[in-house]
Design a protein around this ligand. Structure first.
Ligand code: PPY
Length: 352
C-alpha cells in the first residue's frame, strides 16, 4: 500500500479530509471525489483498517464510485464517501460519542459533504449522527423522519439489474429456472434472495458468517462453501459481499454467463473488466446496478417523492444497464469502460 501522502498526491478527486478524533484515536476521512453535479454525497463506512493508508485508499475508491453511480442514475449530486477508521479494541460504549462528533464535523462543514449508511453503519447510527449533523444526514430511521436503511432498495435495484443482464445474456429477462449464486447474505444479499426466489430462480448462497447464512437458508436454497464460490456452475454470479471479488485469480475460475451483484468496487483493478470481457462474461458495472439505496434516499429525502414513487424509479436501473450494454457493443469496449464513458459525457455536459 502506498503512503497516505502518495495516495493524496495521486488521487484525481477534489478533497481528502483527514480528522483525528482525540477521544478514541479513530480517524475520520471524508473524501470528496466530485462536486460537479451537486452536493457530494455518499455513505459512511465504519470499520477497523490495517493502516490509515488502507482507510484513505478505501475512501477514495468508494467516493469515485459514488460520483459514477449518482451521475449514471441521473441524480444531480456529486460523489463522496465518509470512512471512520476505528482503532483496534474499540470500546462500543464510545460509539455514540464518536458518531455525534462526526455529526458536528459535518455540520461545521456546512453541506460540503452529506452522508448516509454503508458497511458498519445503520439507520440508527444515522439518527445519532443527525443529532449534531442534521440536515446533512440521509437514511435516519422512519421514526426519526428518515428513509431508513438502504439494503432493501439496493437489493430491488440489483434484482432489476439481474433481469437486464439475463435479457442480454440469454435473450429473455425471466429468472424462472435460472441459477443465481449470491455471495454474501447481508443487508443486500438477504432481500435479494427473497426477490430471486419469488421470481422462480434457483438460488445458491455463500457467506463466511454462519449466522447470516442461517438467516437465509430455507428449503430450495443451496449453501455453497465460500472457498467454492468461484468454481461453482451458475447462470448469474451476484457478488454482494465486500469489494474486490473479481480479480486475476478468481476471473479465470468463474463458471457463469454474467456477473451482476450489489457489492461496491467488485473489480480489484480496472484490467479485470477486460479479463471478464475476454472470457465472454457479461459484467453489470457495480456502480450502475447498486445505486438503488442512494436513489431512494435522495428521491424521498431531497425531492419529495413517496416511497412508492421512489421505488418505482428503481426500474430505471435496468434501462441504464441496457444502455451500457449497447454502448459497449457499439464502441467495442468492456461494459465497465462503456459505463465510464457515459459518466464522463454526463459530467462534461454538466452545468458547471
Ligand atoms: C451507496 O449507495 O453506496 C451509499 O453510500 C449509500 C448512500 C449514499 C448517499 C445517500 C444515501 C445513501
Amino acid at each position: 500500500m502506498p503512503s497516505v501522502e502518495a495516495l493524496v498526491e495521486s488521487w484525481e478527486g477534489e478533497t481528502t479530509l483527514i480528522h483525528r478524533d482525540p477521544t478514541t484515536g479513530a480517524h475520520i476521512i471524508i473524501a470528496v471525489h466530485s462536486s460537479r453535479l451537486g452536493t457530494p454525497s455518499g455513505g459512511t463506512r465504519m470499520k477497523h483498517y490495517a493502516s490509515l493508508a488502507e482507510a484513505v485508499h478505501d475512501a477514495h475508491n468508494l467516493a469515485r464510485g459514488m460520483t459514477h453511480k449518482l451521475a449514471l442514475a441521473g441524480l444531480q449530486r456529486g460523489g463522496g464517501k465518509g470512512v471512520i477508521a476505528l482503532p483496534t479494541a474499540f470500546d462500543p460504549a464510545a460509539r455514540p460519542g464518536l458518531l455525534r462528533r462526526y455529526g458536528a464535523l459535518l455540520k461545521q462543514l456546512g453541506g460540503f459533504f452529506e452522508t448516509g449508511p454503508d458497511v458498519g453503519t445503520s439507520d440508527r447510527d444515522m439518527d445519532v449522527i443527525a443529532e449534531t449533523g442534521a440536515p446533512h444526514v440521509f437514511c435516519r430511521t422512519v421514526e426519526a423522519g428518515g428513509s431508513c436503511d438502504t439494503g432493501p432498495a439496493t437489493a430491488l435495484g440489483v434484482f432489476y439489474g439481474i433481469q437486464a443482464a439475463c435479457e442480454r445474456a440469454f435473450g429473455a429477462p425471466a429468472l424462472k429456472g435460472r441459477i443465481v449464486l449470491v455471495q454474501g447474505a447481508g443487508s443486500v444479499g438477504r432481500p435479494l434472495i427473497g426477490h430471486l426466489t419469488t421470481a422462480g430462480a434457483t438460488v445458491l448462497v455463500s457467506d463466511v458468517d454462519e449466522q447470516a447464512l442461517a438467516a437465509v437458508l430455507r428449503e430450495g436454497i443451496e449453501r455453497i462453501d465460500p472457498e467454492a464460490v468461484f468454481d461453482t456452475d451458475c447462470d448469474i454470479f451476484a457478488p454482494c459481499a465486500l469489494g474486490g471479488a473479481l480479480n486475476r485469480e478468481t476471473i479465470p475460475r468463474l463458471r457463469c454467463r454474467a456477473v451482476a451483484g450489489g457489492a461496491n468496487n467488485q473489480l480489484a483493478t480496472p484490467d479485470d473488466a477486460e479479463r471478464l470481457r475476454a472470457r465472454g462474461i457479461l459484467y453489470a458495472p457495480d456502480f450502475a446496478i447498486n445505486i438503488g439505496g442512494a436513489m431512494v434516499a435522495v428521491l424521498m429525502e431531497r425531492e419529495g417523492h413517496s416511497r412508492a414513487a421512489a421505488e418505482a424509479r428503481l426500474e430505471s436501473i435496468g434501462d441504464t444497464l441496457r444502455r451500457i450494454f449497447q454502448v459497449a457493443d457499439e464502441e467495442g469496449v468492456s461494459t465497465e469502460a462503456a459505463a465510464r464513458r457515459i459518466v464522463e459525457r454526463r459530467l462534461a455536459g454538466s452545468r458547471v
